[in-house]
Write a protein that binds this ligand. Structure first.
Ligand code: GLV
Ligand code: MG
Length: 349
């Protein structure tokens, strides 16, 4: 048992006081880059204004013999590259890897005041977050940081999914969770070789026609991720964290990527990862509420200024609950419009 009164106290003497509310900012897309790649680093000032979040990746996709180069590349980028007001995050190596400790020690020591969020892969339970929480507090105190580093967990093991509620509730640092379909598929022994998206063999089929048993039967592809993403969204919403969809690996399939992102958006996710510049635009479009929905939501709010009662609008019943849905839509639209004049015009805000 941990007393709720202690959640607002630092875990090390001299560390900053952790926030009790997670700041909500435009978070439609987390764009991943390889900090060991000098060509990619040179493009960052141009990419920064196009994304909501930039993330220097140290974990999977960075080969073992470039781990140190990637870490040092990120230190240099954090110190020297002007990214405007685009937040800089990192994904460090997992807790059981030989790189985790040096990743944390070096990054917090060198660019701890520059990083906003540290993404921790393969989180399995609250114990992982407790360890990171205390270690970060000690390093914040040692390096006299004035702002608490936030933690973002990747949900990508069967044990992690089993413990997702406890992971979200483990620390006030918990900013959010990203869904990691590739590692999760391996952890569960799913028989797939993909990074996100559906699978044509995961389907349901109508019954045979008794009068014509050999006639073709209609099938519908199912969503293998629905259960876990929905659990993640509930765990995040219940604890004030933000849920994200993670990677979509088939860069040559923008429509499949868009469908996967939209399913996550409709279920409650705030954003997704982009692994390639072409996915940036897809994520921003999908995770910005549709213009017609925002306009309709504004009409509902105007028609029911105090959010109570019941009325009909375009033949659809509106009551306290639809008013709340409309408020979610308009609040997000206003948040995004404040940063994007084109969206502001489209929404009429
Ligand atoms: C992301 O890290 C994944 O494993 O899908
Ligand atoms: Mg992974």
């Amino acid at each position: 048992m941990r007393s709720p009164r202690d959640f607002g106290k630092p875990l090390a003497l001299g560390a900053p006081v952790p926030p009790l509310e997670i700041p909500v900012k435009p978070s439609r897309v987390i764009h991943f880059f390889d900090p060991s790649n000098a060509k990619m680093a040179a493009k960052l000032p141009d990419i920064a204004p196009q994304t909501d979040i930039l993330l220097g990746n140290l974990e999977d996709a960075i080969p073992a013999d470039r781990k140190v180069e990637a870490r040092e590349g990120l230190v240099r980028i954090g110190r020297e590259v002007d990214l405007g007001d685009t937040p800089l995050w990192t994904r460090i190596n997992s807790l059981d890897s030989p790189w985790f400790l040096d990743d944390v020690m070096r990054l917090v020591g060198e660019i701890g005041d520059r990083l906003e969020v540290v993404m921790i892969p393969k989180v399995e339970g609250p114990w992982d977050i407790h360890y990171v929480d205390r270690l970060l507090a000690q390093l914040e105190a040692r390096h006299k940081l004035r702002r608490t580093l936030l933690v973002h967990a990747i949900l990508e093991t069967a044990l992690g999914v089993t413990n997702v509620e406890e992971i979200c509730a483990a620390s006030p640092r918990m900013q959010g969770i990203s869904f990691g379909p590739a590692d999760l598929a391996a952890s569960r022994r799913m028989k797939t070789t993909r990074v996100g998206g559906g699978h044509p063999a995961y389907l349901v089929r109508t019954d045979p026609d008794p009068n014509n048993p050999n006639a073709p039967r209609v099938t519908a592809q199912q969503d293998p991720w629905h259960y876990s993403i929905a659990r993640m969204v509930d765990a995040c919403a219940a604890t004030g964290c933000l849920p994200f969809y993670g990677p979509f690996g088939d860069i040559s399939d923008p429509l499949g990527c868009e469908d996967q992102f939209r399913a996550a958006f409709l279920l409650g996710c705030v954003g997704a990862w982009s692994l390639h510049p072409s996915q940036l635009e897809i994520a921003k479009r999908v995770f910005s509420p549709p213009v017609e929905e925002v306009k309709f939501a504004k009409r509902v709010l105007e028609a029911m200024p105090d959010g109570r009662g019941v009325l009909m609008l375009d033949g659809k019943m509106q009551d306290d609950a639809t008013w709340k849905q409309c408020r979610v839509m308009v609040t997000l639209a206003k948040l995004l419009a404040a940063k994007d004049p084109q969206l502001a015009r489209a929404y009429g805000l």
